[in-house]
Design a protein around this ligand. Structure first.
Ligand code: SF4
Length: 437
């Protein structure tokens, strides 16, 4: 039996693509291997959002190269956004790489592997929008939770972002195909599905009438056996607050939004070409809070965007205080080749300032999470039990509808079940509790 070792870096969309590639290899008789030394094919599925991420891949490739000494027939491949962005440049810097397949072009991955022979030039496929391989639903990381990509690519042009270059224009999947995938996953034991799009709100704009996020949510919600439904990632410019009606009317649909503001300053948002202002962002989050006082909002922030002043940054701090996010993913601006800001803006915020702002935003979020968690003590929440905690196998772990992580005692037989947990204690990053009743 041939073996595939596949590692995915970056966003959930990349993890999903990794599962699609692993599905294709499985159909060709490959088993998954967690050990690269044991593999016949190694795929490094990459992210290009930050320079640091790309440099990490090259050092990783250097380490993986040694397995070619013990297994000369080993094929080493680079896939994902970095492959799409850099293409032949990867082969020049790492001539021992055999396959380079971009985030738009990995649909050919099996043919590329068949064409690749160690010791010859890398086979390269970038810049083609190939349909991705079909999913084998048994190929997934989590027994009870799964992601489903409902569209690929993005039609926005945020000035810092590589996605439009690496994943191309937005293309929605047929609604029926997505619902069928939900049914297959549920039949295979999944109870929570997260619908995934770079910009999920605009799902359907290239689809026939009646295929939009509203109809998709209702169709997925109707699948028997599904217990929870989520969707990510929202865009403040495209978000329709009518979707809050669906959140109110569809009990399985969790009241949790992931809607990145990126900055609290309208001046910086304009330079990012995000297409909305601070006020627009607050209108959406205030309406959400009015409709769902228990609902939660997760954010992404970029600090140190070119030209960001101390006052601009203070507006990100104040936005965090105003919205009180459940969680924030905070990134330092990284100038990317081929992006509008990479081409036109000087990366003029010094690294120490970026680092200091990063730390201040992290500390601010930590204080908000601490206060939020403290207020949850003594109350009871519905939790989807994921199984034993990674850190402490003697306790169970799971998430509330608002995506708060909870650890509690209980039988592992509860895995995959929805249970009520009373919160007894907390840290800034998680809650502790006991099964209620
Ligand atoms: S919405 Fe903007 S940040 Fe998000 S993927 Fe599209 S271009 Fe990138």
């Amino acid at each position: 039996m041939k073996r595939l070792h596949l590692i995915s870096f970056g966003c959930q969309m990349n993890v999903y693509d990794g599962e699609l590639m692993a599905s294709a290899f499985k159909r060709r008789g490959y088993a998954r291997s967690d050990d690269p030394a044991d593999a016949d094919v190694i795929l490094v599925n990459t992210c290009a959002v930050r320079e640091h991420a790309e440099e990490k891949v090259f050092s990783h490739l250097g380490e993986l190269r040694r397995h070619k000494k013990t297994n000369p027939a080993l094929l080493l491949g680079v896939t994902g956004c970095m492959a799409e962005r850099m293409g032949r440049e990867i082969a020049q810097r790492a001539p021992y790489v055999d396959i380079i397949a971009g985030a738009r072009s990995f649909g050919d991955i099996l043919d590329l592997a068949a064409a690749a022979k160690d010791g010859t030039d890398a086979v390269i496929s970038i810049g083609h929008d190939r349909p991705p391989p079909d999913r084998d639903v048994s190929v997934r990381q989590d027994p009870y939770r799964a992601f489903i990509a409902v569209s690929r690519g993005c039609d926005h042009a945020c000035t810092y972002c590589v996605v439009p270059n690496t994943r191309g224009r937005e293309k929605g999947r047929p609604l029926d195909g997505i619902v069928a995938e939900v049914k297959e996953l549920v039949a295979d034991g999944v109870v929570e599905v997260t619908l995934l799009g770079q910009n999920i709100d605009s799902y359907g704009k290239d689809r026939p009438e009646g295929e939009d996020l509203h109809h998709l949510l209702h169709a997925c919600h109707a699948v028997d056996g599904l217990k929870r439904l989520r969707f990510v990632t929202s865009h403040p410019e495209d978000m329709q607050v009518e979707i809050f009606d669906d959140m109110a009317n569809l009990p399985k649909l969790c009241g949790a939004l992931h809607i990145p503001p990126q900055s609290g300053s309208s001046r910086v948002l304009k330079r990012m070409a995000r297409g909305y202002t601070r006020e627009r962002y607050l209108d959406i989050t205030h309406e959400f809070r009015r409709r769902f006082p228990e609902g939660e909002i997760a954010a992404d922030f970029i600090v140190g965007f070119p030209g960001e002043t101390e006052d601009d940054f203070e507006q990100s701090i104040s936005l965090m205080h105003e919205v009180k996010f459940q969680q924030s993913f905070i990134f330092r601006y990284s100038s990317r080749p081929g992006t509008p800001s990479g081409i036109h803006f000087e990366d003029d915020v010094p690294l120490p300032i970026k680092a200091a702002r990063n730390m201040r935003l992290l500390k601010t979020q930590e204080a908000i999470s601490r206060k939020k968690h403290a207020a949850m003590v003594g109350r009871t929440y519905e939790v989807l039990v994921e199984g034993p905690s990674k850190k402490d196998k003697s306790v169970l772990t799971g998430r509330t509808r608002g995506n708060h992580l909870v650890h509690f005692a209980g039988s592992v037989d509860l895995a995959g079940e929805l249970v009520d947990v009373s919160v007894t204690d907390f840290t800034p990053v998680s809650l502790r509790g006991a099964v209620a009743g």
